[in-house]
Design a binder for this molecule. Structure first.
Ligand SMILES: [Zn+2]
Length: 179
């Protein structure tokens, strides 16, 4: 009897573990598909904003790190996460903001940089992690690929981006600033 009972317990525990991990992977898939409201071709996973997703049955906790403090897009992302996860059947959704370590453009995935460029925004270049001395790498024009570009304004369509101009094709474009 003891043996039968313990194997029953094991079975139900395995079932519970399976249910939890499938809830977690489902929640992860839903959360990672949420778009950046400023650049809708990018998901929050592409941006590196999505830090952690934990799910247990119908309860989800999502942790995100804002791209920089006071970025108004974060409120939209938070609402979108709650909406998307509620629609996917999670009754209890909590979105946590973690500010430390601070987000840097280094967290943007290569797929994200590729999508940004295809969208017409020059992706961040170089590495923010190098510290106070920033490498001033050429910003490539997303239209013609020329490195002969110049900064027109430190602030483009949003404060996350700078406005650039290409000296080859003469087109203005946004550059996602490194920080
Ligand atoms: Zn160009």
């Amino acid at each position: 009897m003891v043996t039968a009972r313990s194997s029953l317990n094991e079975r139900s525990e395995t079932k519970r573990a399976e249910a939890m991990s499938s809830a977690a992977s489902r929640a992860r898939a839903v959360a990672s598909a949420v778009k950046d409201p400023e650049v809708p071709v990018l998901t929050i996973e592409d941006l590196g904003v999505l830090r952690d997703v934990r799910a247990d049955a119908d309860r989800v906790t999502v942790t995100i790190t804002p791209t920089y403090s006071g970025c108004p897009a974060m409120d939209v992302i938070r609402d979108d996460l709650v909406l998307a996860l509620s629609a996917a059947g999670f009754a209890d959704v909590e979105v946590r903001l973690t500010l430390s370590p601070a987000w840097t453009t280094d967290w943007m995935t290569d797929a994200g940089k590729q999508k940004l460029s295809e969208y017409g925004i020059a992706p961040p270049t170089g590495r923010a992690a190098l510290g106070p001395i920033k490498l001033s790498l050429g910003v490539k024009c997303p239209r013609c690929g020329s490195l002969d570009t110049r900064e027109v304004s430190r602030f483009g369509s949003t404060s996350c981006k700078a406005l650039y101009e290409c000296r080859s094709c003469l087109e203005p474009f946004d550059h996602f600033k490194v920080h």
